[in-house]
Design a protein around this ligand. Structure first.
Ligand code: NAP
Length: 284
């Protein structure tokens, strides 16, 4: 039995399987999600429910956030029912969402003023890795706070690495996701090119998946292309967010500019689908 009482905010595609991992590991987990219907599955597994982020504080010591973006973090900390409306002294906040380094620096400083700690701890890996505790976790923030919560992070990921002060986890994550965007567009363009020249998608992916540049991403997204299944593991709108965040802190390379243009053009139609739905944009 793990005795640390955990609060979990955000039960989307990633937050749900991650919170489930902690329940399976024996933690007492109290969950909050803006859309209340998503809490039911966790309740079935034994989670407690908090009506608001503020209510969750008194019942918990470590609070994990896994929500969409900077606006969601603002709302959860500073909104009318937000965390800052409660006594947070002594708590550790772990923000695992992909957000800007700036908002992490701001929240870390505000938490510190109130006697709490804040770590940015975004993740690499998607739903499959979340379901099996195999995420890669990049952490920015206070070293002592990191050591304190490391056993929890190690239930969620195969590695948790601290890179430096507040915001450094977010910077690392934006670097990782800029490559993800380039790679996704590259895979989509390669498939479309091969198709145009008469090579079937299945044949091309069979070659790619057995060749020198084979990797798990091509395997998973290749299977999705073949099945014409764009159910979101990582919604396309989120990569647009991440490329914009990377641009805001200085990513200005030719490839990154092109990827941002492509994904921005795709997001109106395919934003709620998986990011590999960009292939439909590339096909035109
Ligand atoms: P998602 O399925 O879209 O879920 C987003 C979550 O954020 C939901 O719980 C949503 O609540 C909540 N939320 C959004 N705006 C809010 C607000 N203003 N106030 C309160 N809650 C709010 O997203 P996801 O795929 O789980 O991703 C979560 C984060 O992890 C994102 O930053 C994403 O970039 C990052 N990430 C995702 C993946 C992936 O493969 N999916 C991989 C690595 C990192 P509702 O249910 O009420 O909408």
């Amino acid at each position: 039995m793990n005795t640390t009482k955990i609060g979990w905010i955000g039960l989307g595609n990633m937050g749900t399987p991650m919170a489930e991992q902690l329940i399976k590991a024996g933690y007492t987990v109290t969950v909050y999600n803006r859309s209340k219907e998503k809490e039911a599955a966790l309740k079935e597994m034994g989670a407690l429910i908090a009506e608001t982020p503020q209510n969750l504080i008194s019942q918990t010591e470590v609070i994990v956030l896994m929500v969409s973006d900077d606006a969601a973090i603002e709302q959860i900390f500073k909104g009318p029912e937000g965390l800052f409306g409660a006594e947070i002294s002594g708590k550790v906040m772990i923000n695992m969402s992909t957000v800007s380094p700036d908002i992490s620096k701001e929240m870390a400083s505000l938490c510190k003023e109130k006697g709490a700690e804040y770590l940015d701890a975004p993740v690499s890996g998607s739903v499959k890795q979340a379901e099996t505790g195999q995420l890669v976790i990049m952490v920015g923030g206070d070293e002592t706070a990191f050591e304190k919560v490391k056993p929890i992070l190690e239930k969620l990921g195969k590695m948790a690495v601290r890179l430096g002060d507040a915001g450094t986890g977010n910077v690392a994550k934006l670097a990782v996701n800029s490559l993800l965007a380039l790679y996704t567009q590259g895979l989509a363009e390669t498939v479309v090119f091969a198709n145009q020249q008469g090579i079937k998608t299945e044949s091309l992916l069979n070659l790619l998946n057995n060749g020198a540049i084979a990797n798990i991403f091509t395997k998973i997204k290749g299977d999705a292309i073949i099945a014409d299944n764009y159910k979101p593991a990582f919604a396309l709108k989120h990569i647009v967010k991440d490329l914009r965040l990377a641009k805001a802190i200085g990513l200005d390379s030719p490839l990154a500019k092109t990827a941002l243009q492509t994904f921005e053009a795709a997001t109106g139609k395919y934003g709620e689908e998986d990011l590999i739905a960009v292939i439909k944009q590339v096909k035109g």
